[in-house]
Ligand binder design. Structure first.
Ligand code: ATP
Length: 236
């Protein structure tokens, strides 16, 4: 179980961006984290992945634990070894490397079996494995970014707006892929602006507003509540 308890994060020593966030991701689940631009969702993912440092951010209170052991004291590479991987933004793949080279950079031990899994999930990446990644379409680059995170064989996958900028047909494809990845045994924390998509596949949803969790409910309840849809999710 991945657990965030009362987490406070500050940027540049002064700017309080997370104000006591608590959230639980049970093993095997898909959990959606929703909220407007600037609510602090990306910051929470950085805290989970150990990537606050590089953004001049710092945890000032609270904890992140995985199966009861602290994660927030570890370096990013150690966090990946503990089984928590974050999908990088699609545009951060290494454009000059081939698809397969990008995937191999993402993996470590037992990379061949993970490569088979990734090619199974994304046949288009297998077809294009010798292509230079910079020539992939936006959707294919997004898939490559997901594939790279899966190369570490994570138990927990953190996804930051995988549907961003994708045409509706590709959003549907990404949605199906997340379901499939989860079925194969990977737990997913899904940060999304696309609340309808995220809640349609998640068991549980959290809504963040200015650094706080303001809603915490089964996804079906969030989707069914007209007031929540209108006021918090912009779906009114
Ligand atoms: P978005 O969907 O736009 O990414 P978000 O919910 O993920 O929004 P964050 O990116 O976590 O929100 O940003 C939360 C707040 O922290 C915003 O006010 C943002 O300006 C601020 N912030 C983010 N990164 C930094 C940084 N490196 N230094 C200072 N402030 C930052």
């Amino acid at each position: 179980m991945l657990e965030v308890r009362n987490l406070e994060v500050v940027y540049d020593d002064v700017m309080l961006v997370l104000r006591g966030v608590s959230l639980t991701v049970p093993p095997g689940s898909i959990v959606a984290l929703l909220g407007a631009n600037g609510a602090g969702k990306t910051t929470l993912l950085r805290a989970l992945s150990g990537l606050l440092d590089v953004h001049d951010g710092e945890i000032t209170k609270g904890s992140v634990t995985l199966d009861g052991r602290p994660l927030h004291t570890l370096r990013p590479a150690q966090i990946v070894r503990r089984g928590v991987s974050q999908v990088m933004e699609g545009r951060r793949i290494l454009a000059e490397l081939t698809v397969e080279e990008n995937l191999k950079v993402g993996g470590h031990t037992a990379a061949e079996s993970h490569l088979d899994r990734v090619y199974g999930l994304f046949p288009v990446l297998k077809q294009r494995r010798r292509s230079v990644s910079g020539y992939l379409s936006g959707g294919e680059q997004q898939m490559l970014a997901v594939g790279r995170a899966l190369m570490a064989g994570p138990r927990y996958l953190l996804m930051d707006e995988p549907s961003l900028g994708l045409a509706p047909a590709l959003v549907a494809q990404i949605r199906d892929l997340i379901i499939e990845i989860n079925k194969q045994g990977t737990t997913v924390l899904l940060v999304e602006q696309n609340a309808t998509m995220a809640l349609s596949i998640a068991a549980h949803g959290y809504v963040m507003e200015t650094g706080k969790i303001v809603m915490d409910k089964p996804a079906a309840e969030l989707l069914a509540d007209e007031d929540i849809k209108e006021f918090y999710l912009g779906l009114g």
